[in-house]
Design a protein around this ligand. Structure first.
Ligand code: ZN
Length: 125
């Protein structure tokens, strides 16, 4: 894992798999809009039906829980540490969650992520 600095937030990025680890509270910092961050976090639901293999938390090494984010389809599934150490995003999931947060158009985080990780922003077909 390497550490990247994104709008003053240090995020951990795995070069091998393209995943991103955010310590607790960093997602809120990245979003930069407390109201929207809260809405997004309130939309987290524990998923008990997922057949995705659980990941281990890079901090406490315990299996993380799958969290469904928001009502939007297709469901976005991320991993959350049981102790609350932080959140794990598979490749592309951080961009996905940020696009779902419906941030203001002049919020730079989406573009920064796209530049940094080279994923194109999803356009409605
Ligand atoms: Zn943990």
């Amino acid at each position: 894992m390497i550490t990247l600095e994104l709008t003053d937030v240090e995020i951990d990025h795995c070069i091998k798999c393209g995943g991103i680890w955010l310590d607790a509270g960093e997602l809120e910092l990245l979003l930069g809009e407390p109201e929207k961050a809260k809405q997004l976090l309130d939309a987290f639901k524990l998923d008990s039906t997922s057949t995705e293999k659980p990941r281990k938390c890079p901090i406490c090494y315990k299996k993380m829980r799958k969290i469904i984010v928001g009502p939007t389809k297709p469901a976005l599934l991320i991993d959350k540490c049981r102790r609350g150490d932080g959140l794990w995003f598979d490749k592309g999931e951080l961009e996905d969650i940020i696009s779902r947060a419906e941030l203001d158009k002049d919020n730079k985080i989406q573009k920064l992520l796209a530049d940094m990780f080279g994923h194109d922003q999803k356009e409605e077909a």
